[in-house]
Write a protein of this length. Structure first.
Length: 113
């Protein structure tokens, strides 16, 4: 196996890697990102989700200034009710209270000070 045989084998590999890198760059630049900054121009925030049955959920979603209660199943998403946004904003948030971290809970349960 000579030098030119190795080059002939590596050239298609490098070409395919270049095409894949170009496709990745294009997708990152021109498509929306689920967890990133771009969301297609929509301001969507999931306030909460509760599972009712396997693959069936109720979700409370805030889109711009509307609060929607959605029924989500494997095959569909249904609008159940539209809530007043002021009710959601004025409701006390249960996440506001300070929760103990893992170390504090472990010390408490083991009886260590």
């Amino acid at each position: 196996m000579g030098f030119f045989d190795v080059v002939k084998a590596l050239l298609p590999l490098l070409l395919i890697l270049g095409i894949l890198y170009g496709a990745l760059w294009y997708v990152r630049k021109y498509s929306f990102s689920i967890g990133g900054k771009k969301t297609g121009g929509l301001n969507i925030k999931v306030l909460g989700t509760q599972m009712l049955m396997p693959k069936k959920f109720i979700s409370v979603v805030k889109i711009h200034d509307k609060v929607l209660v959605l029924g989500v199943s494997e095959g569909s998403v249904n609008l159940l009710k539209e809530l007043d946004p002021s009710v959601i904003d004025s409701a006390p948030d249960e996440n506001d209270e300070a929760k103990p971290n893992f170390r504090e809970l472990l010390k408490k349960n083991l009886g260590i000070r």
